[in-house]
Structures are given as C-alpha cells and as structure tokens.
Design a protein around this ligand. Structure first.
Ligand code: NAD
Length: 253
C-alpha cells in the first residue's frame, strides 16, 4: 500500500499561545508546518521549532507581518518551496488591545482591523492560490466578536465579529474546489495575550475569571489547537462555513 502524501499547513502567529500549540498538535499527526512569527514580538520562534521537533514533526518558522500583503504572499510560498504543497491555512495571528470608545484614536481602530480582520483575508487570499483541492482553512474569532459584549474593546470585537462572515464567504467561494473554511470562537484561553489582558485586573484576575466559567477553569491552548486540527482534517470533511465555540460553557450560562 502507498503511504499517504504528507500534508502541509501554514499557521500565522505560531511563536506563542494557540499557534504554537497548533504546530505541536500538527506534529503529532505528521502534518508539516510553516509557522509565522512577528519580528516585533518577544517570543523566540526557535521554541516552536524545538517543541515540534520533540513531538517528532517538521516545522519551519518564517517572519511575517500579516499587515503586509507581500510578506503574506511570500509566507504562503514557503510551504510550496520547502514542502512542495499546501493543504491547510490557519489565520491565527491577532492583537488584543483595550480602548474606551471616547478615547479611541482612528489609528488604534484601523490597526486592529488591519491585523485581526484584514490579516485573515490576506492569509486566505495567499493560501487560495496554492492550496490543494480538499484543503481547508480556519480563522480565529473570539466570543467578544461571536456572541459576547466586551466593554472597551469595540475595535477588537468588530474585527473578530467580521471573521465568521469572511469565513462563510470564502467557504462558498472555494466549495467548488472542495476547499473548506471555518472559524473557531474561543472563550478565555490561557495564553500570553489573555494573561496580559486578565492581569490588568490584578493577580486575582485569572482565578476570578475562571470562577465565572461553567467548567470552572480557563482553557488550554491545546484545547483550541485540537479543535482547529479537527476542522482542517478529513474527519470534518462535510463541515464548511461554520463557526464553532469552545468556551467552557461561558456563553451558554
Ligand atoms: P498570543 O499573543 O500568544 O498569539 C498571537 C500571535 O499573533 C503572537 O505570536 C503575535 O506575535 C502574533 N501577531 C500579532 N500581531 C501580528 C502581526 N501584525 N503579524 C503577524 N503576527 C502577529 O495569543 P493567543 O491567545 O494564542 O492568540 C491567538 C489567536 O486567538 C488570536 O487571534 C487571538 O485574538 C485569538 N483569541 C484568543 C483568546 C484567548 O483567550 N487567548 C480568545 C479569543 C481569541
């Protein structure tokens, strides 16, 4: 019997948090990863490469700012140049910032939309040029965009609310090629980004936030990574245009 061809994924924002956990989750099933890292970010991309190697997988980290169309095009091309194909595209890179409506400068609003919404479009656009038939795409929304109101986060919430709509349109457009596109909507997951936000509430912040969650704990990055991995896999071969919430029950209460 012939071995299945290797699958290859691009993942933006892979130097930390959910993106890093996804690179490791892909390594566990033999999917090769081209991971994006943001040069301005303090996280060392070599850590993701090391974690993937320990899990027995293959990973190449590549600098990419998702606000640059040219950089995102070059990033997707790395998958083809290094591994000869592209099967999965995960638009995970994102910013989280706080700003009261009356204090919000246009530059803050536009920067947020540029990274958290336009960055998803650029990643999908670049991937669509290369992705194999029966490939799959996933973007990360948030309960703050999906269902939940979050004061002082109008820019973040608007950008994240745009993600499921973008994914539905892309799902329709690529369906004739057999390419699927879905969004995941995480609740509170313990990553550098959310710890920054929660820590601004004080050291008790995380424990207090956890008590409000029906499952009584914040989520682990791996719990979002395995959802993304499922949605890109052939196990989800009939799921497209959907947005799936993983929040420990927070938005059900
Ligand atoms: P994180 O900060 O660890 O990861 C975000 C990554 O995006 C970082 O590695 C960062 O370098 C990268 N990034 C930021 N700006 C970029 C840019 N312009 N170009 C390229 N990369 C850039 O936090 P995380 O929680 O793992 O975030 C992953 C995704 O999950 C984000 O889209 C985030 O909004 C979303 N999310 C997280 C939570 C949570 O509770 N942690 C909840 C809902 C949604």
């Amino acid at each position: 019997s012939k071995a299945k061809p290797q699958r290859v994924a691009i993942v933006t924002g892979a130097a930390s948090g959910i993106g890093q956990a996804l690179a490791v989750a892909y390594a566990q099933i033999g999917v090769a990863v081209v991971g994006g890292y943001f040069p301005g970010d303090p996280h060392d991309p070599a850590e993701t490469e090391r974690a993937v190697r320990e899990a027995g997988g293959e990973c190449v980290m590549h600098a990419v700012n998702v606000t640059s169309a040219d950089e995102v095009e070059a990033f997707a091309q790395v998958a083809v140049d290094r591994f000869g194909r592209l099967d999965y595209a995960v638009a995970n890179a994102g910013l989280l910032r706080q700003a009261a409506l009356t204090e919000m400068r246009d530059e803050q609003w536009l920067e947020m939309l540029d990274v958290d919404l336009s960055g998803v479009m650029r990643t999908f656009r670049a991937a669509a040029r290369h992705i194999e038939d029966h490939g799959a795409m996933v973007a990360i929304s948030s309960i703050a965009g999906g269902v939940y109101g979050w004061e002082q986060h109008a820019h973040y919430s608007a950008a994240k609310a745009g993600v499921p709509g973008l994914c539905r349109a892309v799902a329709m457009e690529l369906a004739p090629r057999g390419v699927r596109c879905n969004a995941v909507i995480p609740g509170l997951i313990e990553t550098p980004q959310s710890l920054d936000a929660v820590n601004s509430l004080g050291p008790e912040g995380l424990r207090e936030a956890a008590r409000a969650i029906p499952l009584q704990r914040v989520g682990r990055p791996s719990e979002i990574a395995t959802l993304i991995r499922f949605l890109t896999s052939d196990d989800a071969s009939y799921i497209t245009g959907q947005s799936i919430i993983a929040d420990g029950g927070l938005t059900v209460r």
